[in-house]
Ligand binder design. Structure first.
Ligand code: ATP
Ligand code: MG
Length: 423
């Protein structure tokens, strides 16, 4: 056997990313904002497995979804899949464990999803979705609440975007009686905005009359110009829009929003951001019925999923920087560790770091030059019970006893840190 280890540089899989600490701080800041807002509306977090039975997704989206996801067999031959989204898993949990709970139920999630896509800017094989599901109501106020929530989050993040609201029922109604394959092709073409192709496809399929109606719907500029063959759906859309007005939400009515091949039944919406090119859809949602597909009651729900990674590309969140303190020493390693431990206990949200490289005092100070303060522990300090505190920005030094030191550092922490300490 050779005693030489073979070394290979291992790259990350295609379509995945690493996030270094600066990026993670930003992602966490955005995530915190999202959580805070949905929690203020009474949504509570739910967590489901990273992989599910493949069936969960084929039942929801049809067999062709297998091509688009990470499907695999485990060692016992079970057909499994990495989740491509979270609506189906959440509805599975609802059917299995929450069916008897008082409705409506308000759930939110923040989780990674996996799709076998061609990677490009804004399109990854592992990406994150932040979403909500409001389960149990088909009232316009539930649609309005969910749309308002998505809008409020994206506004709070300071993004430039357009919110488009439509109702898939209007088109579904017109396509009633047409076989599933043809109508899903029609929906797909509308979703991709391929109107020329739509025309030739429908005319070649002998659907001239239906085509005229479809065009009348997708070309309507606003609710009032929608043709009147889908009265109740149009009324529902109108009511949702009234409630959005009440909530101060900016939107436009867009009946071309049909959410692709999905299982939506009612009001649907999409959000498009400026400056994102082809992958500009940062959020999609609407009302749907899925619970009965998984063996439950036919319960109406409304939800959305925000594409977290696309949001991150256009978002520059303010990151809260904690106060950073280095405890450095001149041949007083143990004393410096003890002091650091004390400080971390007293000042819970302060970063306290010590030397682990066996460096000289001078080199320690240089390594910690970006910190706010350095506390110098030397023989003299240990004997006399005080510490030298160096302000790393100004270079000013002072000598303080432990109590004074803690008091001073606490004073220097920013308001948000103090807030967390008292909680
Ligand atoms: P697209 O048409 O861009 O593929 P989609 O209709 O497949 O989007 P949804 O399934 O509704 O998207 O997912 C919700 C959100 O998740 C999208 O609006 C988008 O922002 C984001 N998203 C979807 N697929 C990806 C991906 N592969 N990488 C990054 N974000 C994604
Ligand atoms: Mg897609």
């Amino acid at each position: 056997m050779s005693n030489q280890t073979k070394t290979v540089r291992v790259e990350k899989p295609r379509g995945t990313r690493d996030f270094l600490p600066d990026e993670m701080e930003k992602r966490r800041a955005v995530e915190r904002t999202m959580r805070k807002i949905v929690e203020s509306y009474g949504y509570r977090e739910i967590c489901t497995p990273t992989f599910e039975h493949l069936e969960l997704f084929t039942l929801k989206s049809g067999e062709q979804i297998v091509e688009e996801i990470y499907a695999f067999k485990d060692k016992s031959g079970r057909n499994l899949a990495l989740r491509p989204e979270l609506t189906a898993p959440v509805m599975r949990v609802f059917v299995n464990d929450c069916a008897v709970m008082p409705r409506p139920l308000r759930f939110y999630y923040f989780a990674n999803c996996f799709r076998y896509e061609r990677p490009q800017k804004g399109r990854y094989r592992e990406f994150w979705q932040f979403g909500v599901e409001l389960i149990g109501s088909d009232k316009p106020e539930s649609d309005a609440e969910v749309i308002t929530l998505a809008y409020t989050i994206l506004r709070e993040l300071g993004l430039d975007f357009e919110l488009h609201v439509g109702h898939v029922g209007i088109l579904r109604n017109i396509l009633k009686g047409i076989d599933a394959e043809t109508s899903s092709k029609i929906f797909r073409l509308i979703d991709k905005n391929k109107i020329d192709e739509l025309e030739s496809f429908m005319l070649n399929s002998g659907l001239e009359n239906v085509y005229d109606k479809v065009i009348a719907v997708i070309q309507a500029e606003d609710i009032d110009s929608l043709p009147d063959f889908a009265e109740s759906d149009v009324e529902k859309l109108r009511r949702v829009c009234e409630l959005l007005d009440v909530c101060g939400v900016d939107y436009s009515v867009n009946t071309r929003v049909v959410r692709g091949l999905d299982y939506y039944t009612g009001v649907v919406f999409e959000v498009y951001a400026e400056n994102l090119g082809a992958q500009k859809q940062i959020c999609g949602g609407g009302s749907y019925r899925l619970a009965h597909v998984f063996g439950g009651e036919n319960v109406p729900s409304t939800g959305f999923a925000i594409g977290f990674d696309r949001v991150m590309e256009i978002c520059s969140p303010e990151v809260q920087k904690p106060l950073k303190v280095a405890v450095v020493h001149a041949n007083q390693l143990e004393e410096s560790i003890k002091l650091a431990t004390k400080l971390r206990k007293e000042l819970r949200n302060v970063v306290v770091v010590t030397d682990v490289m066996g460096r000289s005092l001078k080199k320690q100070l240089s390594y910690f030059s970006e910190f706010d303060f350095a506390i110098i522990v030397g023989k003299r300090e240990v004997e006399r019970g005080y510490y030298t505190v160096k302000d790393m920005k100004s270079g000013k030094q002072e000598e303080l006893e432990l109590e004074e030191l803690i008091e001073k550092l606490f004073e220097k922490t920013s308001a948000w840190q103090k807030e967390q300490k008292t909680n």
